[in-house]
Design a protein around this ligand. Structure first.
Ligand SMILES: Cc1cc2nc3c(=O)[nH]c(=O)nc-3n(C[C@H](O)[C@H](O)[C@H](O)COP(=O)(O)OP(=O)(O)OC[C@H]3O[C@@H](n4cnc5c(N)ncnc54)[C@H](O)[C@@H]3O)c2cc1C
Length: 492
């Protein structure tokens, strides 16, 4: 089934991603995107997961056709710095898992299990995975023809420029772009949205309305009153201050850096023209001026212009209500630590298209879809919360409160119990069926990366032997080009 007419409210990244996916899935539908240029877009969101590669492939847009235009770089994972003060674990890398890691991942799980159960074996995640090597060597995740494994990667990009690429693509496929403000959402007797009232009084009717109106959530939370499930009890951060700086001479690194500061963390996202920086923090522990000053100091006392943002962290109780689908910030937000927002946009729209095609507005598909999306949000929230709960800093009230926060979901409690009692992490994750949110590799990295092990002094020495892993990964990495050169080739 195809809805005859679709109205998308909002022209941020979520709105244009939705427009592209819907125009592709339902070429016969009439699709209109209305957005207010005065209200504007949030304009941040510069990192992705590997899912975005799948998004561009679905649309048939080649990297050459969008990456240089959006000042994009490759991303092989995230470096976490300063989240732990455990000797030897002051930093670790969370890699996107590549195919070749299937050869090394069993050794990682065996190593952390051995260390958790009292044997002194090296179990820091950085030694085990291909993408950690690519990050270390500033290499692009594009293997030579003769290397028989693909590498997994996401991107960094300028959010505004990506929006323009997607807008051009969507409009080129027949989407109507209406740059107007929506002043009212009109709900009919049956509880469905009938039309939007635009500035000047004109109306815009449709069969399906997609709310991509940002944190304002004009249709879903506003007109339809869909309840909001807050994550504030586990994710304390509710503000961000953003400040771009010039690129350093070393050129763009193929990874995001997340550095713990006094009341949150700072991102460093390298684009081809600049570095995106931001401090995500909790207003309960630091005020906006102090946060801005701390970020400036961390960046080496830059005089770059700062922009302050407020974040509403949580999700709507139902993403699909009646004839409205909420997508993007209108639907929810789990702070940007693992850059998952656009991933959820894509999963939501693709899941919805499938559910609607199969059953139209019937509750059966709608309810299953809503449960699946809510579960995905909660699963990602658990992983992000684990970063805070496992931190080993203890230097400020913020970090002490994060470490002492006991509001773990049942799923997270089981994972923690498994880890601390020397259980089998892979079995636990399989039994809970949560690998689609974060896989065992990621869970292993987060626990091991922060040095969540028994005291080194209590471990039993075991004879060391060369398992060949370092040599194997070093030789794998020889098949990848420099990041800077790969970006140059893309733009040529
Ligand atoms: C600090 C921060 C960092 C982030 N980092 C990342 C990241 O690294 N990776 C990631 O994936 N995501 C990140 N995000 C999230 C990401 O920015 C958003 O998911 C993404 O930009 C999509 O936003 P959106 O389109 O939902 O909303 P917006 O960009 O806010 O767009 C809302 C649209 O609705 C329109 N609108 C609103 N009200 C009306 C009205 N009444 N009439 C007409 N039009 C209206 C606006 O004009 C605008 O076009 C981050 C977010 C924040 C706050």
């Amino acid at each position: 089934m195809t809805p005859p007419s679709v109205v998308i409210l909002g022209g941020g990244t979520a709105g244009w991603m939705t427009a592209c996916l819907i125009a592709k899935a339902w070429p016969d539908a009439s699709v209109t995107l209305v957005e207010s240029p005065e209200i504007g877009i949030v304009g941040v969101g510069e990192g992705s997961t590997p899912q975005l590669r799948h998004f561009f492939r679905t649309l048939g847009i080649d990297e050459r056709d969008w990456m240089p235009a959006a000042h994009a770089t490759y991303k092989v994972g995230i470096a976490f710095r300063g989240w732990s003060r455990e000797p030897g674990y002051e930093a670790y890398f969370h890699p996107f898992a590549s195919a070749v890691d299937l050869h090394t991942e069993p050794a990682f799980h065996a190593a952390h299990l051995a260390r958790r159960t009292g044997r002194d074996v090296p179990a820091h995640p950085d030694r085990f995975f291909l993408n950690s090597r690519l990050a270390e060597g500033s290499l692009a995740p594009l293997p030579s023809e003769s290397f028989p494994f693909d590498a997994t990667y996401g991107y960094h990009f300028d959010a505004t420029l990506v929006g323009q690429v997607l807008r051009d693509h969507a409009v080129g496929r027949g989407v109507t772009h209406l740059p107007r403000r929506v002043d009212e959402v009109v709900i009919g007797a049956e509880g469905a949205v009938t039309h939007l009232v635009l500035d000047g009084g004109e109306t815009l009717a449709g069969d399906l309305f997609v709310d991509c109106s940002g944190f304002g959530s004009v249709i879903a939370q506003g007109a339809l009153g869909v309840p909001f499930v807050s994550y504030a009890d586990t994710l304390f951060n509710d503000r961000a201050v953003v400040m771009p700086t010039p690129l350093t001479d070393a050129g763009p690194r193929p990874y995001t850096t997340s550095t713990a500061l006094s009341a949150g963390w700072a991102w460093d996202i390298p684009l081809i023209t600049r570095t995106g920086n931001g401090y995500v923090y909790s207003s309960r522990y630091i005020d906006a001026d102090a946060a801005e000053a701390e970020l400036r100091a961390n960046l080496g006392d830059t005089n770059a212009t700062a922009r302050h943002l407020t974040m509403k962290v949580g999700r709507v109780a139902e993403s699909w209500k009646g004839n409205c689908l909420a997508v993007g910030l209108a639907q929810g937000f789990i702070e940007p630590l693992e850059a998952t927002a656009l991933h959820i946009v894509q999963a939501t729209v693709e899941g919805f298209v499938q559910a609607f095609t199969d059953g139209g507005f019937t509750p059966k598909h709608r309810d299953t879809f809503n449960r699946t999306i809510a579960r995905r949000y909660d699963g990602i929230r658990d992983y992000i919360f684990a970063h805070y709960r496992l931190n080993r800093r203890g230097d400020t009230e913020y970090w002490r409160d994060c470490a002492a926060n006991d509001r773990l979901s049942d799923s997270l409690k089981r994972l923690f119990t498994c880890w601390f009692t020397g259980g089998d992490l892979l079995t636990e994750i399989a039994e809970q069926d949560i690998a689609r949110h974060y896989a065992p590799l990621s869970w292993g990295c987060i626990f091991a990366g922060y040095g969540t092990f028994p005291d080194a002094a209590k471990l039993t020495a075991v004879p060391t032997r060369d398992d060949g892993l370092d040599d194997f990964l070093t030789r794998c990495a020889l098949n990848f080009p420099s990041h800077a050169k790969a970006l140059e080739a893309l733009a040529a």
